[in-house]
Design a protein. Structure first.
Lengths: 375, 514, 329
């Protein structure tokens, strides 16, 4: 089939096959453990569409995932393996939450300030490992992991010792005042639609910001000079250097910009979904961003699709858990299988290479002995 | 008495079509030091890799002591008593010398390493063959000469009777070379046989009993060293090749585009790779740098293009010193660079052809429009260049990896030419490329030169240097040892002697023409 | 109040608690060390620990045998490691991504199975799982200070020390260990000497799986005898940090792991002081970053120094030969 020759089509099919295979495996697991496997799996696959608030859950979780996915995609595309999204997320949540709670500005100012602050803190927290990598060649995996934990400790400290109201029973802040909560993405004058969305879901204007973000990320990566530098460094850093690209400066910026998205993800969690600061607000989403980015092949254009798809599985698992005897963690197993299958580069190429090698070996020898070439 | 090693009719064709060995007959007598000489690409390393089991011959046979053998891997060759010391050392830096020598075949006592035994073995071998090493020194800290002795001891430890040394003196200082020769003589005195790959004729005369000359995958002759003259050997090595007739209008030199003043460079391991190199390049000429690879040309090019820092001296372009500046600054000064290693430096394989071509100009108009890159312009440029340089591809949007080697090089050439440099530095521009692309690129170089660009051509292909250059300088051991202001008036044999270090001009002789 | 805490820290009990808390860091760190030295960094230590912690609890509860539980735990850890090795070495999956995937799989899989088996997603308290015993060393146990520090620990604590020593012996005194380190440092050289690089890396990953699994079992079958969701709490990653902080040697890794454990124990003590424990907990992480920076700066300083010395020598040589700079050409 000629259409299979296009590499993009092949990639997409490969990912699709991986997802299908993983889902099948998941079904087999369900068969083994559930008393009503079909019911459970049906809930899993159709759950997010079954009820309105579930649909909302799907969307809002996906938004977080998309932001984190963008953070990871931007870095990984340049072959910088930053794992710092988790930490950037936490600090973004912390800073935006603090502003939401304590800065006496009207909502129309308070929210943008909080968002900007989250983006800024993410930028700075991304800049740090970027600098270490660019100028000192410090391993970014270790440094970002360490920074993640440091961020977590900072978050916990400020939450428990400074933000938590003194008479609170458990470790959480007050709910944010209305001026510090992200408004629904539907404007109030839309009447009934507004009521439905704002009361049953937490889908906020972050949706629009997310759309702007991924479009901006896409343009940045594929249409700006900086994005060109980013991609060339990812393709061959020696080439980038030879061609004149300032690799040190670009690498630092890559980490920092990735941090912006991480910080915004945190702001979304704090001001959109939870509307307060709680312990364990991140739930390891920083790492799930890696799944999303991998599915999207580190291309911001596909991150929303990957984020929604992955978010769908997550939300479906939630529904499945409530409707059956299968726990939601099964989706994590499916995730893992998807990653393994999608990234197993060796599966297809090995077969391709063997075919190509056999073909060339037959044609080459005869021609070579006649022609002769300078070795 | 049958020869110890006999290689009959060896043919080796690589998958990319290159014929490295074309019916080679080669034999070695027991107890002799046999030199195998030839230029780069002559096929001598390939032949030895076949003997050592690293490569499988396309056809032909090998006999050891009269019995045919088939080596599937170095293990088989080692078992047959053959050992090879490669040009690139295969040592583990943080291990001691003794540990490196016994690696893979460690002496043990009750399952644990017997370090004392390893040291004893090392010292024993060291003493027996006169190869001085410090058994418990960490390899990272010892000098290159000792590292090489470690490699030799490694082969002896595995019972090598026949030692293949691949260009062993390439990395040694003159004193270390003498030490090596003493060691080789001692080895032979103890019954070993040595095959010595080299291109340095002085050493051939000094150390070997017999010498075999290879050129272009074939053996040109084998003779006792006593009967060979250096000139005779040089003639066999360099030979009368048919070199391409290039239509070149007479040279019209313009102003100086690059002044290289006393550039020196010392490598990380302490070797002096460039020793006070000075020359000028003028607009409208091709200055060819002739020389066998490994005499500092690579380092020179990298220093001139900003890829290698920490050199001393000055490189002036229009009065501005660009030495030790970033690659971008060097390019902005008008220097284009066709790199020696196109896959490593010159291209990003997974990126598209068009994107590879704009790496030096993506941030400028017309390719940049405001905050964005104008890909319409980029693609237009790509199309134009594909057309102009006859790059065989259906589309500039395809990744560079889809091209053949020759076409990949054309992409680099297209890019470097099209940014209208004052000076173009081309390093090994046609190495490993099919004939059609080679002709094309050479033609383009001449055109550029005639149009007024200054070209610095570095090539190990003597025929290429001679036919393309207007002026030729010869590099030997990090220095310029000869300059020929008129390339038409020097013969290959003459150049060959300079390249092999047999002749040199004094600084006074050269001053006027550099 | 402060005095009480200080006295608490400088006590034998505290030292003992440090050892206790460090062990589930030491064990996976040793695993990380082995795989790292072979050139195949095992990011999946966390997932392996979780898997083995869970498997040990479950099997020991159902077979009523501690021994079988531990055995099953170790085997399950090796299985995960085998998956990692297979995907990376034979299917060319990026080591890093495969490790992350397996961590996710373990996190999800253990909670999932926990729920299936016990109907509880928090912990396995309903299962009567086994406990690996403590060891009382006869005479030492009754000695005042030494007794508390050295005796009475769970077997795993002694295993931690023993395995550190064994790992050291293996890496530096056996041919296998030498081959493993050679493969990590210069795989081309190793291959040229007949050492099968891929096979060595496979072994290294499997060993790291076994060691990490012991760490996981330590969590769920020693002082605590149950499995809690996500009970590894990032120890698998701290273990990797300990490897780097410890300079990639067995005893260095041991000390680094103990250092992390020390600060962990310290933060527990400080909890009673109303001093935010977070600052203390942060110290080892900050220290690791500082160590990275110092290491890099040192390397650069050495390189620059060497380059400078050679330049000096070279210029001196030129002058001795009589050449004068900037004259020719």
């Amino acid at each position: 089939m000629k259409i299979l020759r296009i590499p993009a089509v092949r990639e997409f099919l490969r990912i699709l096959l991986a997802v299908v295979a993983a889902l099948l495996l998941g079904f087999i697991i369900t068969l083994l453990v559930s008393e009503d496997p079909i019911g459970a799996y049906k809930a899993f696959l159709t759950g997010p569409l079954s009820k309105f608030n579930r649909f909302g859950d799907w969307l809002e979780e996906s938004i977080t995932l998309i932001f984190v996915g963008l953070a990871v995609a931007v870095a990984f595309k340049s072959k910088q393996f930053s794992l710092g999204a988790e930490g950037q997320l936490l600090l973004g949540a912390l800073v935006s939450g603090a502003i939401a709670l304590f800065v006496p500005l009207p909502g129309i100012l308070r929210i943008p300030v909080a968002l900007l602050a989250a983006a800024a803190v993410g930028f700075i927290y991304g800049w740090i490992p970027g600098y270490l990598k660019a100028h000192l060649n410090a391993n970014e995996i270790v440094s970002t992991l360490m920074l993640n934990t440091i961020a977590l400790k900072l978050y916990d400290y400020f939450l428990i010792f400074h933000i938590k109201p003194p008479n609170a029973g458990y470790n959480a802040s007050d709910f944010f005042p209305k001026a510090g909560v992200l408004p629904s993405f539907v404007p109030p004058f839309m009447g009934e639609i507004y009521t439905r969305f704002s009361q049953q879901t937490n889908v906020t204007i972050m949706l629009y910001i997310m759309i702007a973000a991924f479009i901006a990320a896409y343009y940045m990566m594929f249409r700006t000079p900086f994005g060109y530098e980013l991609r060339m460094i990812g393709a061959n850093i020696k080439f980038a250097n030879y061609g004149g690209i300032n690799t040190k400066r670009t690498i630092i910026l890559v980490f920092a910009i990735s941090g912006i998205f991480g910080g915004l993800a945190g702001a979304h969690l704090a001001m959109g979904i939870h509307t307060k600061l709680i312990m364990n607000i991140s739930l390891g989403m920083g790492f799930e961003g890696i799944v999303v980015a991998t599915l999207a092949r580190n291309n911001p254009l596909f991150v929303p699709l990957a984020g929604l798809a992955y978010g769908y599985l997550r939300a479906g698992a939630d529904v499945m858990e409530r409707a059956s005897d299968v726990s939601r963690e099964m989706v994590l197993v499916i995730q893992a299988i998807i990653i393994l299958l999608v990234t197993a580069e060796g599966l297809l190429p090995v077969i391709q290479q063997r075919v190509a090698a056999r073909r060339s070996a037959n044609g080459q020898n005869a021609a070579a002995l006649e022609g002769g070439e300078n070795g | 008495m049958a020869a110890l090693v006999e290689m009959r009719n060896i043919v080796k064709i690589y998958p990319n079509g290159v014929v490295a060995n074309n019916g080679v007959n080669f034999s070695v007598e027991r107890g002799e030091i046999h030199a195998l000489v030839g230029e780069n690409g002559a096929g001598k390393t390939t032949l030895m890799k076949v003997l050592y089991g690293l490569e499988h011959p396309t056809s032909g046979e090998i006999l050891i002591e009269g019995k045919p053998v088939h080596f599937h891997s170095p293990d088989d060759a080692i078992a047959a008593g053959i050992g090879m010391v490669h040009q690139n050392f295969m040592l583990v830096p943080s291990f001691t010398i003794a540990e490196n020598i016994v690696l893979g075949k460690e002496p043990t006592r009750r399952g644990l390493l017997d370090k004392a035994e390893a040291i004893r073995i090392t010292e024993e071998l060291s003493r027996q063959y006169g190869l001085k090493v410090e058994a418990d020194a960490v390899v990272e800290t010892v000098n290159v000469g000792m590292r090489q002795r470690v490699e030799i001891l490694k082969t002896l430890y595995r019972g090598a009777e026949i030692l293949i040394l691949d260009e062993p003196t390439a990395v040694l200082t003159p004193q270390e070379t003498q030490d090596l020769f003493r060691a080789v003589r001692k080895l032979v005195a103890q019954g070993k046989t040595v095959i010595f790959i080299t291109h340095k004729l002085r050493e051939v005369k000094e150390i070997s009993d017999r010498v075999t000359v290879m050129r272009n995958g074939k053996v040109m002759g084998t003779l006792p060293t006593a009967e060979a003259t250096r000139e005779g050997l040089a003639r066999m090595m360099v030979g009368r090749d048919v070199f391409l007739e290039v239509n070149k209008p007479p040279v019209q030199r313009g102003r100086k585009v690059m002044e290289v003043q006393d550039v020196s460079y010392v490598s990380e391991t302490g070797r002096s790779m460039l020793k006070g190199v000075s020359f000028n390049v003028y607009a409208g000429e091709i200055l060819g740098v002739a020389g066998v690879e490994g005499n500092g040309q690579t380092e020179l090019v990298e220093v001139l293009t900003g890829l290698r820092p920490a050199a001393s001296g000055r490189v002036l372009i229009d009065g501005k010193d660009i030495l030790n500046r970033t690659p971008r600054e060097v390019r902005l000064a008008g220097v284009a660079h066709i790199p020696e290693d196109r896959l490593t430096n010159g291209l990003a394989l997974t990126a598209s052809i068009n994107e590879n071509v704009i790496v030096d100009r993506y941030y400028n108009k017309p390719y940049r429009k405001g905050l964005l890159i104008d890909y319409k312009q980029v693609n237009k440029l790509g199309e134009a260049l594909i057309d102009e340089f006859d790059i065989r591809t259906p589309s500039g949007l395809l990744p560079v990896s889809s091209l053949s080697g020759g076409n990949m090089q054309k992409v680099i050439v297209a890019r470097e030419f099209s940014f209208n440099p004052h000076i173009l530095i081309a390093a090994q521009p046609t190495r490993g490329i099919d004939v059609g692309a080679t002709e094309f690129i050479r033609d383009q170089l001449v055109r550029k030169r005639t149009a007024g660009t200054g070209v610095l051509l570095v090539s190990a292909d003597l025929a290429e240097v001679m036919s393309l250059s207007d002026r030729i300088i010869v590099m030997y051991e990090g220095e310029i040892t000869g300059v020929f202001p008129n390339a038409q008036e020097v013969s290959e044999e003459e150049l060959g002697l300079y390249m092999l270090g047999l002749k040199r001009q004094t600084p006074e002789e050269m001053e006027a023409y550099l | 109040m402060v005095e009480l805490v200080l006295r608490g820290i400088f006590s034998a009990f505290f030292v003992a608690s440090v050892l206790r808390i460090s062990t589930p860091l030491i064990l996976p760190a040793l695993g990380g060390l082995v795989s790292e030295l072979a050139g195949a960094t095992n990011i999946a230590l966390e997932g392996i620990m979780l898997t083995s912690a869970f498997t040990g609890v479950v099997i020991s509860a159902y077979t009523k045998s501690v021994f079988l539980g531990v055995l099953a735990g170790i085997l399950s850890g090796i299985l995960i490691a085998a998956l990692l090795a297979y995907f990376h070495l034979y299917l060319q999956t990026d080591l890093f991504l495969a490790g992350i995937a397996l961590n996710i799989m373990a996190t999800g899989g253990t909670i999932f199975l926990l729920y299936v088996l016990t109907g509880d997603k928090g912990n396995s308290s309903t299962l009567a799982s086994g406990a690996v015993p403590n060891v009382t060393i006869p005479m030492i146990h009754d000695m005042p200070v030494l007794g508390t520090i050295v005796s009475g620990h769970n077997i795993f604590v002694y295993l931690g020390v023993l395995l550190t020593w064994l790992t050291s012996v293996m890496l530096y005194r056996t041919p296998f260990g030498v081959h493993l380190r050679a493969v990590g440092e210069n795989p081309v050289a190793a291959e040229s000497l007949g050492i099968n690089v891929r096979l060595m890396r496979l072994y290294a990953i499997l060993i790291s799986g076994a060691l990490a699994s012991l760490g996981g079992l330590n969590l769920s079958m020693a002082y605590l005898t149950l499995f809690q969701r996500e009970m590894t709490a990032g120890r698998g990653f701290i273990a990797l940090a300990a490897v780097f902080l410890g300079g990639r040697t067995p005893w260095g890794t041991f000390i680094a792991a103990v250092l992390f454990g020390f600060f962990d124990a310290l933060s527990n003590q400080l909890g009673s002081l109303k001093v935010p424990s977070m600052w203390v907990q942060m110290i080892p992480y900050v220290a690791t970053i500082v160590a990275l920076v110092v290491y890099a700066l040192r390397k650069r300083a050495i390189y620059l120094e060497r380059a400078r010395k050679f330049q000096e020598r070279h210029l001196a040589e030129l002058q001795a030969r009589g050449a004068r700079p900037h004259e020719t050409g």
